[in-house]
Design a binder for this molecule. Sequence first.
Ligand code: BEZ
Ligand code: FE
Length: 301
Amino acid sequence: MSQFNDRTLTEQVLESFANTPDPRRKTLITELVLSLHEFVRKTNLTFEEWDFAIDFLTRTGQKCTATRQEFILLSDVLGVSMLVDAVNHRSRDDATETTVLGPFYVGEHKPMPHGIDISVGIPGKPMFVNARVTSLNEPLANVPVDVWHADDEGFYDSQKPSYETQGASLRARFITDSDGQFSFRTILPCSYPIPTDGPVGQLLAATNRHPMRPAHVHFLVNAPGFEPLITHVFVEGDEYLNSDAVFGVKDELVSKVERHDDPIMPDGSRASEPWYAMSYEFRVRRGSGHVPQPLMAVAAE
Ligand code: BEZ
Ligand code: FE
């Protein structure tokens, strides 16, 4: 029979994993045990607090569905998603900075023609996006780029009940032309709250944190032979750029979105109100990398 104190217990638990055959798995479980045990010791965690933590994690799992991933949200608000991103992108060479994928990437469909309006029927201020994909200053042709963003009330199409019947809006796939370019019409994105109707929302409320993300458009550039680029372009001047609920803002991803008052918009239509223009160059670098599975594809497996 063994009897442990709060230090020797840690050694015994580590010893119990000593025969883990895979070295990386062994490192991960060892470091996890060390960090968890240190947390319990440092905080003198009470039984009530541990019960609360287990109930919180249980409710987090119970909130997950085919279209809702509360654990990703938890990882995002704890800064873990951005930390994993940071340790995997320590050197960028000249490539564009990366940021969180977020829970609203659903995988893309067939490529759309350049210049198309991806916001048909959605209220908002018109915005034209002109973007280019390059590597080492050379344009990259025939590259698929997925784009998605929220409406002017802060909702993604996949969050709405109408998604099942009406399909995609404010999201599309484009293929770059011979000059690495693609363009589309949409609406100016606005800042929006991440979902707060679950345990993660309760965590934010209990810690006096706001749930807002600054206005942005998501881009995923996935060129064969190049590192996948998962990023956003943020709208300069947004009031939440310095307090993003998921810590995803990087300076070089903030872009001036210019207001125009010209009577004719870039797609040739007549402007009844000011319109906006976003342009950005995405620089990718040779290599490979992890492209996360879209949520609904994972759920369907
Ligand atoms: C998003 O930008 O879509 C997002 C990212 C992290 C958590 C929630 C939403
Ligand atoms: Fe987003």
